[in-house]
Unconditional design. Structure first.
Length: 236
């Protein structure tokens, strides 16, 4: 079981991370580079409590661009594998055969839990955006993702209305509590139009990755099951 889980997570993660990187290079990275231009010209306005919020970037050189692209590719592969293992774990615990539709459904659920629902409180942020402290944002994001996983599972896999209501509550509670907000008076340097474009493109990029994770996980598990059947028939 562990072998099946790791192989599924590894293969699906590498495929999804590689494909998602292509979308990142064409749809997300140009917006980041554009935002850095604004950050150089108009640094984030600091508050009296946080003077360190003023920061700038040097213009990117060719070597920096190659290094950035390499690190981006590696990071997407690592993230893809991590999410692939999570998805494979869920499918293993589910314990039933799945088809293409179910694979896409599981990928969509992952997108909702780890991307879309947390983004309702903490949307993807460009360099130069006014943000809250990092640690509270990380805690809220992780809590929201965990609550979203539990909530989606309770809503989808239970027929009792009480459990479905509990799942809906788990989905709503993090947003009722609210995500950490930037300090009062902090002003970002990024134009709102650019920030909005970045949010949409980042979520699209994430959706592509999760759908590919779901479809690839289905294919890999199907092939592993077929190989196991052939092995058992050979043994007998």
């Amino acid at each position: 079981m562990l072998y099946r889980l790791l192989i599924t997570g590894l293969i699906s993660g590498v495929v999804a991370g590689a494909v998602a990187t292509i979308f990142h290079f064409f749809m997300v990275q140009p917006l980041i580079l554009e935002a850095e231009k604004y950050e150089i010209q108009f640094p984030v306005v600091a508050t009296p409590e946080e003077p360190s919020r003023i920061h700038t970037h040097e213009p990117q050189s060719l070597d920096d661009g190659i290094q950035r692209n390499t690190f981006t590719f590696i990071a997407n592969i690592i993230v893809g594998i991590a999410f692939g293992i999570l998805l494979a774990t869920g499918l293993t615990l589910y314990g039933r055969p799945i088809g293409w539709i179910e694979g896409i459904g599981w990928g969509t659920a992952g997108f909702l839990a780890f991307s879309l629902l947390p983004a309702l409180g903490l949307p993807p942020e460009l360099p130069g955006s006014a943000t809250a402290e990092l640690f509270p944002r990380q805690v809220w994001w992780l809590s929201t993702a965990f609550a979203s996983v539990i909530g989606i599972a309770l809503v989808v896999f239970n027929s009792q209305y009480l459990w479905k209501a509990t799942g809906l509550t788990a989905l709503i509670v993090p947003h009722v509590i609210g995500a950490p907000k930037p300090p009062s008076g902090a002003v970002g340097s990024v134009p709102p139009e650019l920030a909005a474009h970045f949010v949409v493109n980042t979520l699209f990029f994430s959706a592509i990755m999760w759908v590919i994770l779901g479809m690839t996980s289905f294919y890999v598990m199907q092939r592993l099951d077929a190989n196991d059947k052939i092995f058992l028939q050979t043994e007998t």
